[in-house]
Design a protein around this ligand. Structure first.
Ligand SMILES: C[S@@+](CC[C@H](N)C(=O)[O-])C[C@H]1O[C@@H](n2cnc3c(N)ncnc32)[C@H](O)[C@@H]1O
Length: 391
C-alpha cells in the first residue's frame, strides 16, 4: 500500500483540514495508539524493535532478584504486589514469574517470596494475558513495586524548536507541496517552555527537541497505585542537561520499521514505531511532586545488571552451553551469548537509564544482593529473539 494512503495518515490529514495544524503529541497519539495506529495491530506491535525482555530471560531473572531484595528490604511482607505498566506482550512478567517459581524450590526462607508475590501486568494495548490499563481502577493501593521498561519513551511528546533564543512549538500541518510537515508557532502550553527555558540560551538557532508532558499523569497513576515501596523505571534517556544539549541538534525522536532506524515521522504513518528519549530530570520532578525520593544515582542498565549479578549469570550460561554442546550448534551458542551480552552493550540496551524511586520504604542496597537462586536453567526460551531460527 503506498505510504500516503495509510488509514492513520488519512485521520491526521482530515484532522488538520478541519482544525488546522495539530501538536506532534496529538500526531503521535493517532499514529501509535489510534484505531489505525501502530500499537493497534497486534501484528505490527513489537515487531520493529527488540526490548530487553525480548532479548533474553536473564533480564527478567535479574529483575526478579531485584524484587526479591525489595521484598526483603520491606521486611518480607506477606503480600508483595508488582504492577508493571506498559507490559506489551507480557514477556517480562513471564520471565520474572518463571524465575520466582524457581525460588520456591530453594529450601530457605526466600521460598516465601514466591508465596508473597502477586504480579499485575497492564498495557494501553493489552496483548495475551496482559490486562487493559482501564482495569487499574480496580486495584487497591499496594505495597511493592511499580515497574516499567520502555514505557515512557512511547508516550506522545511535543516537539519544539529554538528561534532567536525563543521556544516555538513544531506543529504538524501541510508543507508547500501539500505533504505533512512541521509548522512553527507559539507553544500550546507554557509547560513546554518551562521545561526547557534553562537551556534555550545555550541551544543553537534551529535546535529541535521534544518534551514529554504525559509523565505527570503517569506519576499520579503511580502515586495512586503504590501505598509504599519502589518505582523502577528503565528507558532510553538522559538527565535534562545532557538531553537538551547543543550536540543533540536534531533531538531524540526516532522511528523504527523492521528494525531499521529512521528519522522521518511523516512516512508510513501508523506503520512505524516512534520513540522519544526520556528526560529523567523531569521523571524525578514529577515523582518528587507526589512524594517519591530518588536513589542518588541514575544508573546505566549495564551497571544495574552487573549490580544484580549478570556476571554470574553469564558464567552459568557458559557452563550450560558447555554441558549441552552436543545438542546445540556453534551458531546457536553464539546467538545465546550475543543476546545476553546485548543487555549490557553500551552501544544499545546497556546504555539505557535505570531510575529507582521509593516512598515509605528503606533504600535498597544492591551491594549484598544474593540473586543466584533465581537463575535456574539460564538459557533462552523459544519466545526470546536468540531462539529465532536462522537459515
Ligand atoms: C516499546 S513498548 C515496550 C513493551 C514492554 N515493556 C517491553 O519491554 O517489551 C511500549 C508499550 O507501552 C504501552 N503504552 C504506551 N502508553 C501507555 C500507557 N499510557 N499506559 C500503559 N501502557 C502504555 C504500549 O502499548 C506498548 O506496549
Amino acid at each position: 500500500m503506498p505510504d500516503e494512503h495509510t488509514p492513520a495518515r488519512q485521520i491526521v490529514e482530515s484532522e488538520i483540514r478541519a482544525n488546522g495544524p495539530i501538536t506532534f503529541a496529538r500526531f503521535m497519539e493517532i499514529a501509535l495508539y489510534g484505531v489505525h495506529g501502530y500499537y493497534a495491530s497486534s501484528v505490527s506491535a513489537g515487531a520493529d524493535y527488540a526490548t530487553s525482555p525480548q532479548m533474553h530471560p536473564a533480564f527478567g531473572a535479574l529483575i526478579a532478584g531485584y524484587l526479591l531484595n525489595a521484598w526483603e528490604t520491606l521486611g518480607e511482607p506477606g503480600t508483595f504486589d508488582v504492577v508493571e505498566l506498559g507490559a506489551g506482550d507480557g514477556g517480562l512478567a513471564q520471565d520474572v514469574q518463571d524465575a520466582v517459581a524457581r525460588v520456591r524450590e530453594s529450601n530457605d526462607r526466600r521460598a516465601q517470596f514466591s508465596e508473597a508475590l502477586r504480579y499485575h501486568a497492564f498495557d494501553i494495548r493489552p496483548r495475551g494475558w496482559v490486562r487493559d490499563v482501564g482495569e487499574l481502577r480496580r486495584l487497591n493501593p499496594v505495597v511493592g513495586c511499580v515497574i516499567s521498561n520502555e514505557l515512557l519513551d512511547a508516550f506522545p511528546a511535543h516537539v519544539f524548536t529554538v528561534r532567536n533564543r525563543k521556544v516555538l512549538e513544531c506543529y504538524v500541518g501541510f508543507g508547500d507541496t501539500g505533504e505533512l510537515a512541521f509548522v512553527e508557532g507559539d507553544a500550546s502550553t507554557n509547560e513546554i517552555v518551562d521545561r526547557v527555558s534553562e537551556y534555550t540560551s545555550i541551544l543553537p538557532e534551529g535546535y529541535r527537541g521534544e518534551v514529554n508532558l504525559g509523565i505527570g499523569e503517569w506519576a499520579s497513576t503511580v502515586a495512586g497505585l503504590l501505598k509504599s515501596g519502589y518505582v523502577l523505571t528503565i528507558d532510553y534517556g538522559h538527565e535534562r542537561n545532557a538531553l537538551y544539549h547543543p550536540a543533540r541538534y536534531e533531538g531524540s525522536l526516532r522511528c523504527y520499521r523492521e528494525h531499521v532506524l529512521g528519522q522521518n515521522p511523516f512516512r508510513d504513518v501508523g506503520l512505524q514505531d516512534m520513540t522519544v528519549h526520556v528526560d529523567f530530570t523531569a521523571v524525578d520532578e514529577v515523582l518528587d511532586a507526589v512524594g517519591f525520593e530518588r536513589k542518588t544515582e541514575l544508573k546505566s542498565q549495564r551497571d544495574f545488571l552487573f549490580d544484580l549479578g549478570i556476571g554470574e549469570y553469564l558464567r552459568r550460561v557458559r557452563e550450560a552451553l558447555v554441558s549441552r554442546q552436543h545438542e546445540m550448534d556453534v551458531v546457536l551458542q553464539n546467538r545465546e551469548l550475543q543476546s545476553l551480552n546485548s543487555l549490557v552493550d553500551t552501544r544499545g540496551l546497556g546504555n539505557f537509564r535505570v531510575a529507582q524511586h521509593r516512598r515509605g520504604a528503606p533504600e535498597i542496597d544492591l551491594a549484598g544482593l544474593e540473586t543466584a537462586p533465581v537463575y535456574g536453567d539460564p538459557l533462552s526460551r523459544p519466545r526470546h529473539l536468540s531462539s529465532i531460527p536462522y537459515d
